[in-house]
Design a protein around this ligand. Structure first.
Ligand code: GDP
Ligand code: IMO
Ligand code: MG
Length: 429
């Protein structure tokens, strides 16, 4: 039974969009199960880059039904803008489906995201300020507004009035910010309801029906393992369940619907926003990785922090996601370097850690222990089989595979769909 989860193993931007777009052709459904437009997934279409924030990266194939699951949070304006952009590129979006139980990002969520970050000062999380955290906060406190609520004007007005009682008080008294009236919000949101109504379905019903019909489903994770609300570097995380388990709760299928979990890992690491990052490089090498890898955020345009590949967090990702396969992306970026390092363990206060330390303060002070590899210093962007790679690059991949104890099934050597080495990836087995 063919359900596969694709998940980020580091701090995001591993190339999930590219790989989803590449393997999506084997699937009938591509499902986003968490997050919102904090994500920025790049796919290359007709020679130019498209940044998708909410719509699953499978949208480029007319045979695929892209689904935004109940675990997602939706900014209607962004969603409609994305639909418009895709249509203007000649990409049909009529097949998109949106869960009736996904939560809606409201204007006060955007205000509160920005305001709470300002209040944290130097301790800020560095969120994308897209209202993600405050929207999930309302979902958990049962004050959220779901897509189905938005579609029913009477219910929407009632729920909005109840939410504004509290939100206005916080906006006014805690942050000294302008407040909202029900009418003001209805004026913009009720027209959104009419525009999105045609896409709305029950994702659990749709996907379980698909499973009964033996259809193939790809669950496209956003963000990544280290940004997961439970398993990431809390509080420097996002507010959703990015890890593979989130695919079930965020779409309405059971764990038995999933038979493979493909982890995406960059051949080095990047992180945007604050929080611990043991292998971060603040030297020339870090600059080279940023420059050669074009490491600028798709959503916020922020420069990404860069560092060496960290095998400790990949081992952790292998465990918490139950990875069956690994895909190493951006191997070509390392071609610029004379020597390449891999973090194999951490040292803190004289103790060696081969797994992610359970105590956060240890992780914050962890010093990486590296193994060094010679670089290959040749262009590998035209390589299409493992044996076309230089020996040094093959040794690097073999080492990563051994440390992760998960097969490296795919290797990406450039941003285009075809710049990928399909080493052991056979989804239909
Ligand atoms: P996502 O959030 O995981 O989908 O990743 P992003 O799209 O935010 O960032 C990945 C960036 O790397 C995008 O600009 C991709 O086009 C690019 N990319 C993906 N794979 C490769 C690769 O193997 N080599 C290079 N050079 N670029 C890649
Ligand atoms: P994709 O799917 C990288 C980070 C933010 C911040 C933290 C919380 O493209 O990999 P949020 O706005 O979610 O409350 O911010 O999470 N973050 C991401 N970093 N890639 C992403 O998505 C991210 N989505 C959120 O920078 O540190
Ligand atoms: Mg991204």
């Amino acid at each position: 039974m063919p359900g596969i989860v694709l998940v980020g193993t580091q701090w995001g931007d591993e190339g999930k969009g590219k790989i989803t777009d590449l393997i999506a052709q084997d699937f009938d459904y591509v499902v986003r199960y968490q997050g919102g437009n904090n994500a920025g997934h790049t796919v290359v279409h007709g020679g130019h880059k498209l940044g998708l924030h909410l719509i699953p990266s499978g949208i480029l194939y007319p045979t695929i039904t892209p689904v935004i699951g109940n675990g997602c949070v939706i900014d209607c304006k962004v969603l409609l803008g994305e639909i418009e952009t895709l249509e203007s590129e000649g990409i049909a979006t009529g097949q998109l489906r949106i869960s009736n139980n996904a939560h809606v990002i409201m204007p006060y969520h955007l205000d509160l995201d920005g305001a709470s970050e300002r209040r944290l000062g130097n301790n800020l999380i560095g969120t994308t300020r897209r209202g993600i955290g405050p929207c999930y906060q309302d979902k958990a406190s049962r004050m959220g507004i779901r897509v189905q609520d938005l579609l029913d004007e009477k219910i929407f007005r009632e729920k909005l009035a109840a939410a504004l009682l509290e939100k206005n008080s916080i906006l006014e008294h805690v942050y000294q910010m302008p407040t909202y009236t029900v009418e003001q919000i209805c004026e913009t949101y009720l027209p959104y309801a009419e525009l999105i109504r045609r896409y709305v379905i029950d994702s659990a019903e749709l996907l379980n029906g698909a499973i009964s019909d033996s259809k193939w489903i790809l669950f496209e994770g956003a963000q990544a393992t280290q940004l997961d609300i439970d398993h990431g570097t809390y509080p420097f995380v996002t507010s959703s369940s990015c890890t593979a388990g989130g695919a079930c709760t965020g779409s309405g299928v059971g764990p038995t619907a999933i038979n493979r979990v493909l982890g995406i890992a960059k051949a080095y690491i990047t992180r945007v926003g604050s929080g611990p990052f043991p292998t971060e490089l603040s030297d020339e090498v870090g600059e080279t990785l940023g420059r050669e890898g074009h490491e600028v955020g798709v959503t916020t345009g922020r420069a990404r922090r860069c560092g060496w590949y960290d095998a400790v967090i990949i081992r952790y990702a292998a465990e918490v996601n139950g990875l069956t396969d690994l895909c190493i992306t951006k191997l070509d970026v390392l071609s610029a370097l004379d020597t390449i390092k891999v973090c194999v363990a951490y040292e803190c206060d004289g103790k060696v850690y081969k797994t992610v330390p359970a105590q956060q303060s240890v992780f914050h002070h962890a010093k990486p222990i590296y193994e060094e590899f010679p670089g290959w210093k040749t262009d590998i962007t035209e390589c299409r089989s493992f044996y076309e790679l230089p020996r040094e690059a093959r040794d690097y991949i073999d080492f990563i595979e051994e440390l992760a104890n998960v097969p490296v099934s795919m290797i990406a050597v450039g941003p285009d769909r075809d710049q990928t080495i399909m080493r052991r990836w056979k989804p239909r087995h």
